[in-house]
Design a protein around this ligand. Structure first.
Ligand SMILES: Nc1ncnc2c1ncn2[C@@H]1O[C@H](COP(=O)(O)OP(=O)(O)O)[C@@H](O)[C@H]1O
Ligand SMILES: [Mg+2]
Length: 264
């Protein structure tokens, strides 16, 4: 039977990412119980949920940074459990991750940060690696002067862009973004949303974006998946979830006092 959280794509294209029956515990604390989620190639999927529900843990489970206690995670139609280390390395090269705190290496310049995945995965001469990294810098809208700066010398928005450039270093098929606009002012956040949309269209990326930013959701997300009660309780377009909230948290989130009528 098709999962209630599978998008009604109306075709037979397999999802680029599929999670079935995921279970995750930390000691006695159950984080996920029987969690299902599908992500279609080329979509921007927003993951929302109250703080502490496990949005970051889910991202880490999917990208193999966290062990799981049950269920199946398939990416690119491959079960991610039981991969050899070479297969895992191959898979790692096909996605990029922008972590919640940006996670740039403070002792490295922006250029060196962008080159970290290139050093891990590609055997390139230094000059080519520099050229590639400069290209990624331009792609995310950073000026060439930013290349030799250290993360502490950048504004919050520039740091996020540098992190995105690093996530895009290997031309990934999927990018995972954990709260990419948190900590940015509204204009910086809106600019970043535009950038994500532009890159997604230009590069045909699949974007998995954890966010709590309603403006971002309506600006960039094709679909939203809601994490509550240890599973994905609802998926749909932002307007659909707002118009027909199927869970109390969704109602509170889209229609509560802090929600804005951004869809209208
Ligand atoms: N390494 C860990 N060890 C134990 N508990 C953890 C660990 N990482 C996260 N948690 C717990 O898992 C829950 C979900 O965390 P998180 O995914 O960071 O939430 P969110 O990103 O939705 O705000 C929290 O209760 C957090 O304390
Ligand atoms: Mg988080």
């Amino acid at each position: 039977m098709e999962s209630p959280n599978a998008p009604s794509a109306g075709n037979n294209v397999p999802p680029v990412l599929s999670v079935r029956g995921l279970v995750k515990r930390f000691g006695n604390q159950v984080i996920f119980h029987d969690l299902d989620l599908d992500v279609q190639r080329g979509e921007v999927l927003g993951i929302v949920g109250a703080s502490g529900q496990g949005k970051s843990v889910l991202l880490r489970c999917i990208t193999g940074l966290e062990t799981t206690d049950g269920g199946v995670i398939e990416v690119f139609e491959r079960d991610t459990s039981g991969l050899t280390s070479a297969e895992r390395l191959d898979m790692d090269a096909r996605w990029g991750v922008l972590f919640q705190d940006g996670a740039l290496f403070g002792a490295m310049t922006v250029l060196q940060n962008i080159q970290v995945p290139m050093r891990e995965h590609l055997d390139l001469p230094e000059r080519l690696r520099d050229e590639l990294a400069m290209l990624k810098l331009a792609l995310v809208g950073l000026p060439p002067e930013a290349a030799c700066k250290y993360p502490s010398e950048l504004s919050g928005g520039m740091r996020k862009r540098a992190g995105l450039a690093r996530a895009l270093a290997l031309d990934p098929e999927i990018v995972f973004l954990d709260e990419p606009t948190s900590g940015l002012d509204p204009i910086g956040a809106a600019d970043f949303d535009q950038l994500i949309r532009k890159l997604q269209r230009a590069l045909g990326l699949t974007v998995y974006m954890v966010t709590h930013d309603l403006d971002s959701i309506f600006a960039v997300c094709d679909r939203v998946a809601v994490l509550a009660d240890k599973k994905i309780v609802s998926t749909g377009t932002p307007s659909l979830l707002q118009a027909a909230p199927s869970h109390p948290w969704i109602r509170e989130y889209f229609c509560g006092p802090r929600a804005r009528a951004v869809a209208s």
